[in-house]
Design a protein around this ligand. Structure first.
Ligand code: C5P
Length: 222
């Protein structure tokens, strides 16, 4: 079977990483969480005390920043310059600032470059916002995952509870809407469905159903 590129895009908390990881395991493909790369860049910029619109400093920093992944039990482990940041990049301060850093064109250029290198050999499931439109425009399988904002806030609320993070549901809803707005309205490769992407509304679907729907698309194109 041909080793395909699978692009999975969609708004915040639509379940992209959960299903992307399962689909990758099913086909023995590599999984790449591009959001983690923007989050890692944001975390390091915050730790360095940079203003998040200071593109020159952030780009200089990024040139000397290594972002790597290792398989983990529940979720993939993320490392910045060798230090594990898997949990740090999911904290509220990163989540609520990442869209600002992700709107910097130089940052996108550098990270898109790295993502294209990771995906070059095929056999990859990559999730993000601009994978089907910009990073892998020739991907054979493109999926656009959506779900109602209520459903996404509830999923996030449950995830948070497991991690011991307590943010009220209403606040999560507001944060998700704000992040979607910023991601969809930025100048460089905003969040949008590629013309040739298959849209899947996961609002009332189980994880297994979504994984099966995506798997069918892969099998058709192999
Ligand atoms: O997927 P996740 O929610 O972890 O992504 C975090 C943020 O990173 C997004 O809200 C968006 O601002 C940015 N991002 C992006 N392009 C991608 C992946 C993520 O701009 N391909």
């Amino acid at each position: 079977d041909e080793k395909l590129q699978v692009a999975i895009d969609g708004p915040a908390s639509a379940g992209k990483s959960t299903v992307a990881k399962l689909v990758a395991a099913k086909f023995s493909y590599v999984y790449c969480d591009t959001g983690a790369m923007y989050r890692s860049t944001t975390l390091k910029a915050l730790r360095n005390g940079y203003k998040l619109d200071d593109e020159a400093s952030i780009l200089k920093m990024l040139a000397n920043t290594e972002i790597t992944f290792k398989p983990g039990e529940k979720q993939q482990k993320v490392f910045v310059d060798g230090e594990e940041v898997t949990n740090d990049i999911r904290q509220e301060n990163v989540t609520n600032n990442v869209s600002t850093v992700a709107s910097l064109s130089g940052v996108r250029k550098e990270l898109v470059n790295r993502q294209q290198q990771i995906a070059a050999a095929g056999g990859i499931v990559m999730d993000g916002r601009d994978i089907g439109t910009t990073v892998l425009p020739d991907a054979k399988v493109k999926i656009f995952l959506i779900a109602s904002v209520d459903e996404r806030a509830e999923r996030r609320f449950k995830d948070n509870a497991e991690k011991g993070i307590h943010v009220p549901l209403e606040k999560l809803k507001q944060e998700i809407e704000e992040r979607d707005y910023k991601d969809s309205h930025r100048k460089v490769s905003p969040l949008t469905k590629a013309d040739d992407a298959k849209e899947i509304d996961t609002t009332s679907m189980s994880i297994e159903d979504v994984v099966n729907a995506i798997s069918n698309e892969i099998v058709k194109k192999q």
